[in-house]
Design a protein around this ligand. Structure first.
Ligand code: NAP
Length: 294
């Protein structure tokens, strides 16, 4: 059976690795902290002692880690996966990384004879665990065809945007627009609360109004109820994505990306407050009244 190495078993990666086991692949797993791998090992995954060890004999290596730094650590350090990958092996980066990182990494891995696909994902941890992600792919068409059997267990939709890096461009603009919207929802709701409006009525009006995007619908109720149980996407990850997107914007747009910078600043504050809390807690950052102590 096809052999996959899966590296990074956080909220998203744990479920994604499980999909390969469900689909009958031979799976080697590695995570910085081993505890998150225990049930996957019980289900038949081989525990690898390093990314390098996980990649031995793999036909494809898939990574799902936090950011550029983590991605570099698992691919390109001395015990990184690239150290043992044979020429022609497929490298699939599912983590949301910066555009420059995706391009630099693609260059370095290709120099070693590997096939590189950038495939950040859209979907929450439940979609990751049930194989219902949308994959946002940047790849040469022939490389994507070779990678398809390894992408299939993860996804219901593959959107191929073009060459390597384009999947990451789309992911970053998507998450920047999300960051701006979520910060905007928090600000709007905080104003309504401080002005003493009936928040049940406000929610009803939002749901039927023109601002009701899926993002607005998902976050507004939870923000009003201050219900942030089961954080799926953290303030720190949202801040990282918005910052990567603004760096990309600054390399492409002549005007200052005003909205993006405001969102980065808002999420920098939320991250300083509680990095691992749900991104929706932005409401708590912006809802302090003028009279409240700072
Ligand atoms: P998470 O639960 O915080 O997991 C992060 C993973 O990265 C863990 O496996 C962590 O290892 C590993 N990691 C962090 N720093 C590392 C380092 N320096 N070296 C090696 N490994 C390191 O995050 P997540 O929610 O699964 O997100 C993973 C990626 O998917 C991120 O790029 C995120 O932006 C993206 N994403 C997330 C969602 C979502 O809804 N959560 C949706 C779409 C895309 P430990 O377990 O040892 O800490």
């Amino acid at each position: 059976m096809a052999q996959v190495a899966f590296i990074g078993l956080g909220r998203m990666g744990h479920g994604m690795a499980g999909r390969y086991l469900d689909a009958g692949f031979t799976v080697a797993v590695w995570n910085r902290s081993k505890a998150k791998a225990e049930d996957l090992i019980a289900r038949g995954a081989r525990w690898a002692t390093s990314p390098e060890d996980a990649a031995i004999d793999a036909e494809a290596v898939v990574t799902m880690v936090a950011d550029d730094e983590a991605s570099r650590a698992v691919w390109l350090t001395r015990d990184g996966a690239a150290a043992t990958m044979k020429a022609g092996t497929i490298a699939i980066e599912c983590s949301t990384v910066s555009y420059n990182h995706a391009i630099d990494q693609a260059r370095e891995l290709r120099r070693r004879g590997l096939i590189y696909i950038d495939s950040p994902v859209a979907g929450l941890p439940d979609a990751a665990a049930s194989g219902k992600l949308t994959l946002l792919v940047g790849a040469e068409p022939a490389d994507l065809e070779r990678a398809r059997p390894y992408l299939a267990p993860l996804s219901t939709t593959i959107r191929h945007f073009g060459a390597v890096g384009t999947g990451t461009v789309y992911k970053l603009i998507n998450n920047l627009m999300g960051a701006i919207q979520i910060a905007g929802i928090a600000e709007g709701l905080a104003i309504a609360e401080q002005a003493g409006l009936d928040m049940k009525l406000v929610l009803e009006a939002i749901e039927t109004g023109v601002a009701a995007s899926p993002q607005v619908l998902r976050h507004s109720k939870r923000m009003v109820a201050r219900n942030f149980s089961g954080a799926t996407f953290t303030a720190a990850l949202r801040h990282k994505d918005a910052a990567y997107a603004v760096a990309l914007a600054e390399s492409l747009l002549s005007d200052v990306p005003l909205m993006g910078r405001a969102a980065v600043e808002a999420y920098a504050r939320a991250t300083a407050h509680a990095p691992d809390d749900d991104e929706g807690k932005m409401i708590e950052i912006v809802s302090r009244s003028k009279g409240a102590a700072t």
